[in-house]
Ligand binder design. Sequence first.
Ligand code: SUG
Length: 447
Amino acid sequence: MDSAREYNFDGLVGPSHNYAGLSFGNVASFSNVKSASNPKQAALQGLAKMRALAARGFAQALLPPHARPNFRMLRRLGFSGSDADVLARASREAPVILACAYSASPMWTANAATVSPSADSVDGRAHFTAANLNNKLHRADEHLQSSRTLRALFGDARHFAVHDALPSTPAFGDEGAANHTRLAASHAGKGVQLFVYGRVEFDPSAPAPTRYPARQTLEASQAIARLHGLDASRTVFAAQNPAVIDQGVFHNDVIAVGNGNVLFYHELAFDDEAAVLNKLRAAMDGIGAQFAPVRVATREVPVADAVSSYLFNSQLLSKPDGAMALVIPHECRENAAVARYLEQLVGGAGAIDELIEFDLRQSMRNGGGPACLRLRVALTDAQARAMHQGVIMTDALYARLVAWVETHYRDRLAPADLADPQLAIECALALEELMTILDLPGLYDLS
Ligand code: SUG
């Protein structure tokens, strides 16, 4: 068997990162609405995480930001004339729509796609399905660029298959890898894929939240499992607990994360915890792997603390020595219950024996933690050679990107600044140069 590694593709934060309160159901996005952001700092915080993890020997790459403002969307919604006319009228008549067109939300690449490595697929290729993100206007066009980007990086059809997003209709609401986890004995061997959904379109009696939207449907998860050619005996579909969605758990990766044979999760994550564990254990038995759930009880960490600290939105990374590191945001240290829990977690006898901490406050204020910022792609050695190399994080790329950010990004963006036609010009210039830096000349559709 070819050996394989997990690459984390972090989203490079775009120059229009701002706080517009666009994500109903995402507590942080709603609480920080209309405050000023710092795009430069956001991008540098993300790059610092990428560089530090690469320096530790983890396989690290990036996904580029999308072109903003989204003129295609603005024009489809009836704003016409020159680019400056479009912006002026949108800012006057529909500032929320303008904010949607400017959102830097593609930075949360866990939502870019669902990925199944070749070890799990019937045709022996790695499969990607861009997520339609149809629950929110500001994210609903992302799949167009995401699939274009993925095809630019993973264009070799002998190794990779990139599928278009599912139909953009509520029945197929899909948020990508944020609701998907792969468990396995190793990245190279067969794995078990866990799909977590919040709602069932064609069964109105199934559990569903009442306050906040469920963004992922069972129907969408099933379609992806079919597209990716997954084996039913190693695929588990689990209903999310609707009560936690209503407390701000808008994606499953806000309350659970898996890696290797470990599922790190809150006891209230699933609608039927015992059934989910039984199915996972049976599927793991089937591949000869020992399932190791790490359960966090409410009395240790209440759901509200998990949501505000993003404890479960951590990255769980396998280290060469076989143990695992948990990549956490600073906010986990600032929450007393979470900090206490983490001390005893890494001091215990389990697989997780190290914490790696980052300041990701700019992203966190929009509800995006370490795990939201990355898309996991397990690649065999041959696949890693076959993918586009220009996005792999190195010291040289890091230095070039820091200089690029320093040149092109503002250090303050208030809601009113989105009306400034100069901002659109700055964003376009930045991305033009980025295509050269990443050696991806046709990355953006500039027609
Ligand atoms: O979709 N926030 C994103 C955060 C995504 C986090 N991703 C994962 N959990 N994997 C969202 O809610 C806020 C944008 C704003 O309000 O300006 C936003 O889109």
